[in-house]
Structures are given as C-alpha cells and as structure tokens.
Design a protein around this ligand. Sequence first.
Ligand code: GLY
Length: 351
Amino acid sequence: MTVYDRAEPARAASWAGAGMLAPFSEQMPDAAMLALCRESLAIYPEFVAELRERTGVDARFRRDGTLHVALDGARLAELAAHAETFRANGGEVAVLDRGEALAREPMLAKDLAGGLFVANEAQVDNRRLGRALLAGCESLGVRIERVDGLAVECDSRRVRGLRTAYGFASAPVVVNAAGAWAGSLPGIPDAARVRVRPVAGQMLAIAIPRTAMRALVWLGHRYLVPRDDGRLLVGATVEEHGFDARVTAAGMHDLLDAALAVAPSLATFAVVETWAGLRPGSHDGRPYLGATALDGYLVACGHYRNGILLAPATARAIAELVAGGPADRLAPFAPARGGTEPEPTVANGLS
Ligand code: GLY
C-alpha cells in the first residue's frame, strides 16, 4: 500500500486544525452526521492508545469537556434553554453559574455570567496524531511518497492506478483523501467527481502557564483549546475565498477580540504562532465516504470542521469497504448523493 502526497504528509488541514473532538458543540447538519461523529469519539481512546503502543508517539487524547461561556445573563439564558437539545444529542451537560464556571476555569473573565459545560467532549493534539499515523503506517509497511503531478488513470469502467511525474503506478483500488484538493484531482470522470471546496480557517497560539486552562472554551463561533505544552490555541475564522490560506490582520483581530473578551488576562501573554489552513467543505456538511461511479475509485473527503474527529471512524469504514464489506452503513455519506447546499441547520440550537 502506498500513500501519495503532493506536499508534506499530514501537513494540511490535519496539521492546521485544533483537534477538538466536540460532536455536541459543533453544529451538525443532521442525525447521520451526529451518529458518525459520536461513533468516532467513542473509539478515539483505543485509536490513540494503539498508535502510542505501535509508535511511541502519544497524540494526547484528553477528555476535559467544553465550556460554552456566557458573558451576560441573556446569553446564559440562551445556553440554558438549549441544554435539553445538547442532552438529546448525547451531551452530558450542566448549566454553571459564575462561581462554578470560574472554579472550573479561573483564567476566564471574572464578570462572566456563567456557562454550559459539556463533560463528554475531548481534544487530541492533531499534529502529534499526524506524526503517529505516519509512523504507524510506516511500521506496517505502508510507503509514503511525496510526488508532483498526481493524477488518477482510469478506463471507461474502472480505475487503473495513479500517474505521477515519476511514472505510472498500477492499483486496483485508489482512495481519494486529498482534503480541500479532493475535488480537483486530475483524471477523474465527471460522474465520479466530488464537490469539495476550500474553507479557510485562521488560528493563533498564546503561551500560557501549563495547565492554567483545561477545558475547550467556546465563545459564540470562536474557541480556545489548551494544550498540555502550555500553548493555548485560539480559533478559528471561517472564510470562503478559494485556496487562500493567508494569515490576515483582520483574522488575527477577530480571534484576539474573542479571546480577550472571554479571558482578559490573556492580554499580557505572548502570541507564539499564527497559521491558517483549508477545511474541505462538502455541499451539505456531511463528508463523502465510499464507492463512486468508477469501479475501484473510493473517496474519503469533505469532512469540513470534523476531519480530526472523524479520522478513526472514516479509517475503519473505508478499510471495511476495501476489504469487501457492505456499503449500506455509509449510505448517508454516498459521494453521489443528491441535494444542494442546505439552509444551515442548528443541531444544538446555539447561534
Ligand atoms: N473544528 C473547528 C474548526 O474547523 O474551526
């Protein structure tokens, strides 16, 4: 088995993300997506443990929950009103008053009103996860090749393999997992093409005392993710202007504005990194998983905001398919499913 990458492997969205494993806090488009995300979260601890045993690289899975912060009473009432929806989706939630929220996360604004705590959400260090997966693949004999000019070759019925700048590699099965670039891989007939589009996200990191914050912290559409090494990630913008992954002044302003509103004491700490990545957006918010109109050509892409969360469930489902397993389980994610971009639905009720 060979993994072909036209750039450094595990260095695109897998590297740029925040590693939040938060199926209840993210807005899910529908029940099928929520179920797949919950399944993936459930198998995450064993996925990370197996990688650690095989490679020695610990991707640092941590289940410290998510705190949605309310800075005023109106927002706290709104969070409280949606607690039941979180519970119905499987979230273990509690509404916290100011004292309880600050007891949990003392770095937050002293005058906040309270919050909604989701105990069963987690995080993983996605950069470590990428390194662990590469090492794990290599330990199993998978070749990782960095190539230029990657294109799929097929006849009128089935895939034949991959062409690169270095020649042709025959393959009975090709899986397109090219992230935001999955829709533009050359050589694929229109009937088997998926509509993936890039959705940029800018982020920054602030150095804080280690363990000063434990939970994922959400303020509206922005979030803080505390890492074990003392980096506090602040994310993320959501921008649609093609393959543009620049860090901009407006993007940084937006993130710092949110971070300082929720935790004013961050103002004195150093910003140690800024970066941006491209999420792979699909037409309806669900990933494209499984077989296509072209025999032997499978896709695993379009995970949008939940690629790290869905990694183990995606890997398992695609491995089962390649091994000849049934496809019915993946029907909601069929690459050829119809539909157009839906109106945004709000699965957890929060705006
Ligand atoms: N999963 C969070 C984001 O994509 O910003």
